[in-house]
Ligand binder design. Structure first.
Ligand code: NAD
Length: 499
């Protein structure tokens, strides 16, 4: 359900292509957020006690309802973000897959299991289970307004928590529709509520002592603020932040496939993708051929809001200044625009831009651009490509194209990031069983997969003594008891190990 509130004012969500108002939404202030958290606490008690099977059925029905509402949701995403309808559909399809996986796997990943006690504690029966945290606050971005928050919401709900969701101020309608879909299937308690507003609404959620964890997705800058607010209550957070991901292209790579993947990775959703390709490092022998293929394809792309457009406008007007600055700075510092250039920024659209010869310390190579631009660099081998890919503070994902399985795997391992896709772009996102998250400025903690479920649960260890052994942890213990245990420890652990 979405939260209704009197007197705190409203704000409009706008279509970034036309500037038209999509809808008005309430601004939820501190009191409204606190009220939502209060309701969520009750919902969490009920939902947590419901048990794995009941939650699974309900979440699979939420998935069914989201699937049946896919058209309506996609149209709303299209209106609020400006992205093409088919991109919105694809995003929702992936969100559905995550809901399905989380619902089906929560009991297996988080349910009670016995653990072997080891020889020193043979008299103990050991139980490990993962309890819900209670109330999870999810703060989301606008660029994938269904898929990204669902990466936290689905897993948090499946783990037995209630969720209060603060969508981006650019996509509040999507957040409200999501909460409405959940309420339609789970009418008993508001297990998912949406609070709308700008930064201060998110800040109220993060600062509340009534929230048990914050799942934040957005910029590293805002993540720092959220973390600072959470520090006051020792509220843990998972932070999914910005990126500056690279694609590495080996000398023997399939260059058509690499050019296709880089084109999609850099330009789809107008480049507004946290794991988007922003830099490409191409091994010398393949450089000219790859660049030609990429440039040819990029020239064929057209932004717009019509059904044939390849990608939409820049959703957040302020980002246009960043994109303009990065292109301008790159050109001023000796870079060359092989496709597009400074004139490619035609507000609210940006035509494709492919830059070469941009110095490593330029903003276009170091900072997140979040536009349909990409820098292409010549390197002598994959080692240099890995080194350059790792030369930013970010570390979200990455791509490697190579004809050699072993070289690709070796490079994938050495890229300092949470995910790497070999010979395709970002395939890990579609695989719900794989964890998703970054390192460094790209954040910490994981959503998706078993790790994503555990992120929203608290491990609980229980031991039950079956029979008494020595008195070592008693004041009645004797030197003889200790001597016996020392003998056992020497036998068990004192040996030398040979290969
Ligand atoms: P943002 O940081 O501006 O805002 C994110 C959310 O935080 C919004 O809902 C916003 O209202 C809220 N917020 C703002 N100030 C706040 C405060 N002081 N306290 C609490 N909440 C506050 O980011 P954005 O522009 O919405 O999203 C784009 C960014 O998100 C990009 O940097 C992108 O790379 C990143 N992103 C990361 C992932 C990932 O999984 N790593 C996924 C999608 C987007």
């Amino acid at each position: 359900m979405s939260v209704t509130v009197e007197g705190a004012g409203t704000f409009a969500s706008l279509n970034p292509a036309t500037g038209e108002v999509v809808a008005e939404h309430p601004v939820h202030d501190d009191a409204a957020v606190a009220a939502a958290l209060g309701r969520a606490r009750e919902a969490a008690h009920w939902w947590g006690a419901l048990g794995w099977k009941e939650r699974r059925v309900r979440l699979l029905n939420v998935k069914g309802s989201l699937t049946r509402n896919l058209g309506r949701m996609a149209e709303l995403v299209h209106q609020e973000t400006g992205k093409p309808l088919k991109d919105a559909q694809l995003e929702i399809i992936m969100a559905v897959a995550h809901l399905d996986w989380a619902a089906r796997n929560a009991a297996k990943v988080l349910g009670p299991r016995s653990v072997r006690p080891g020889l020193m504690a043979l008299n103990q029966r050991c139980l490990l289970e993962y309890r819900p945290l209670g109330v999870v606050g999810v703060i989301g971005p606008w660029n994938y307004p269904v898929l990204t928050p669902m990466g936290s919401i689905a897993y948090a709900l499946a783990a037995g928590n209630a969720v209060v969701f603060k969508p981006s101020e650019y996509t509040p309608g999507v957040g409200e529709l999501l909460a409405g879909i959940v309420a339609g299937v789970v009418p008993e308690h508001p297990v998912l509520q949406t609070v709308t507003g700008r930064g201060p609404t998110g800040a109220a959620l993060a600062a509340s002592p009534a929230v048990d964890k914050i799942a934040f997705t957005g910029s590293a800058r805002t993540a720092r603020r959220v973390m600072a607010a959470c520090a006051a209550n020792l509220t843990p957070i998972v932070a999914e932040c910005s990126g500056k991901d690279a694609c590495l292209v080996d000398a023997d790579a399939d260059l058509d496939a690499a050019a296709d993947a880089v084109l999609w990775g850099a330009m789809s959703n107008a480049g507004q993708t946290c794991i988007g390709v922003e830099r490409v490092y191409v091994v010398d022998e393949a450089y000219e051929a790859f660049l030609g293929k990429l440039a040819d394809r990029a020239r064929g792309l057209r932004p717009g809001f019509d059904r044939e457009a390849d990608y939409g406008p820049i959703t957040m007007p302020a980002q246009l200044d960043v994109i303009e600055r990065h292109i301008g700075d790159a050109l001023e510092r000796g870079g060359e625009a092989v496709v597009g250039g400074a004139a490619s920024v035609r507000r609210p659209y940006v035509d494709p831009v492919v830059l070469t010869g941009v110095p490593d310390d330029a903003a276009a190579v170091r900072e997140e651009t979040f536009g349909p631009t990409v820098t292409v660099h010549r390197v002598k081998d994959l080692d240099e490509a890995v080194e350059k890919a790792n030369a930013t503070g970010y570390g979200l994902a990455g791509t490697v194209f190579s004809g050699s399985r072993s070289r690709a795997l070796d490079a994938a391992r050495r890229i300092r990031s949470g995910m790497t896709s070999i010979n395709s772009f970002a395939s890990f996102v579609q695989v719900a069983a794989l964890p998703f998250g970054g390192v460094g400025e790209s954040g910490f903690g994981r959503v998706h997969g078993a790790d994503g479920l555990r992120e929203f649960a608290r491990p609980k260890a229980i031991t039950r003594q079956r029979f008494a052994t020595g008195n070592l942890t008693s004041f009645a213990g004797t030197d003889k008891d200790m001597a016996r245990v020392l003998g056992l420890v020497t036998l068990l652990h004192g040996r030398r190990h040979r290969r």
